[in-house]
Design a protein around this ligand. Structure first.
Ligand code: PBG
Length: 329
């Protein structure tokens, strides 16, 4: 019997050699923590479908943002949960509304030790729960929504946000926001554009997180899970409109999209490991069916390996802790 021609196992023999040849890195500085802040909350409110995630009040948000900076995370993405909703999402452009206040608090707390990002979308603020304003027939009106996004971008920029994250999948949203920001002198405010956002069942727990009032679905503006080439068109258009970073969402079921977008554009690519993906791991681990901590690092490493430079994850703080204690086991 001959000897094997290649001994692949030599490079797997010890933690040190495995570390030496690892092709993919995972660092806290590549992670962004999505956070929710609830207007008027006296205490942080737990979200049942997202174990460990809360709707913050002002005080707990400040503390959590400071922790995120101390752990060396790359950034935080802030979502607001307002007390009042209406048809046009007026709360979204109120300079004293929940999200604007959260941006000011976060920036006051951490300065630029963290990239402070804000969700730029109307869905948390509208009583119908859609990401834009509706026309007379009840459809989301693309161009009227762009005007609301432009106003929202200015309110966030004035509150001091470093990057806005338009997530509503309206056509031309990046160009409209860039023009509004530049027109008001906010040339330094960045845009992390949700370029490829699919109409996904995996946003389920998030809807609880933001007290969503949506009836129906978002399939006339979010993408069909069947499509890949469409994401490349979306990503290229966003880059041409001035996006600083493009994002793919969800992540786990769309790793091919992450890779294809990474290869198609030359700006940084982010991927959003969404609430339902997180819940799958949490629920399975609760049953004792998988090793939770290993699963978390495996999921995040896989998203990085697929080509994401940046990962938005509810596990950012925990992953930073796991990476710090990592014994290369
Ligand atoms: C919309 C928005 C959604 C998420 C982030 N931004 C929900 C949606 O499009 O229905 C989902 C995030 C998650 O599931 O973790 N502003």
């Amino acid at each position: 019997m001959g000897f094997p021609e290649h001994r692949h196992r030599r490079l797997r023999a010890s933690p040190a050699v495995r570390g030496l040849v690892a092709e993919t890195t995972l660092r806290p500085g590549q992670l962004v923590l999505p956070m929710f802040v609830r207007g008027g909350a006296s205490e942080p409110v737990p979200i049942t479908s997202m174990p460990g995630v809360v709707q913050h009040n002002r005080e707990s948000l400040r503390k959590a943002v400071a922790d995120a900076a101390r752990l060396g995370l790359g950034g935080v993405m802030l979502f607001g949960v307002p007390k009042h909703k209406d048809a046009v999402g007026s709360g979204a452009t109120n300079p004293d509304g929940v999200l604007s206040v959260a941006i000011r608090d976060a920036v006051a707390e951490v300065g630029d030790a963290l990239v402070v990002m804000s969700d730029l979308c109307l869905d948390e603020f509208t009583d119908h729960g859609h990401c834009g304003v509706l026309d007379a027939s009840g459809l989301v009106d693309n161009d009227a929504t762009l005007e609301r996004y432009a106003e929202m971008a200015l309110v966030h920029a004035e509150a001091g946000v470093h990057q806005v994250g338009p997530s509503g999948m309206m056509d031309g949203q990046v160009a409209a926001i860039r023009a509004a920001l530049d027109g008001a002198g906010h040339t330094g405010t960045g845009i992390l554009a949700y370029a490829a956002k699919y109409a996904s069942a995996f946003y389920g727990p998030f809807r609880e997180a933001v007290d969503s009032s949506l009836v129906g679905d978002r399939r006339t503006y979010q993408q069909d899970p069947a499509n890949l080439r469409e994401s490349l068109r979306e990503a290229r258009a966003d880059v041409a409109e001035g996006a600083d970073i493009v994002l793919v969402k969800p992540a786990m079921g769309y790793l091919d999209v992450v890779r294809a977008v990474r290869d198609a554009v030359d700006v940084p690519v982010a991927a959003y490991n969404v609430s339902g993906e997180c819940a799958m791991v949490e629920a399975t681990a609760q049953r004792g069916w998988i090793d939770r901590e290993r699963a978390i690092l495996e999921v995040l490493t896989g998203i990085r390996r697929a080509g994401a430079d940046i990962v938005l994850t509810y596990w950012a703080v925990e992953a930073a802790g796991l990476l710090a204690n990592h014994t290369r086991a």
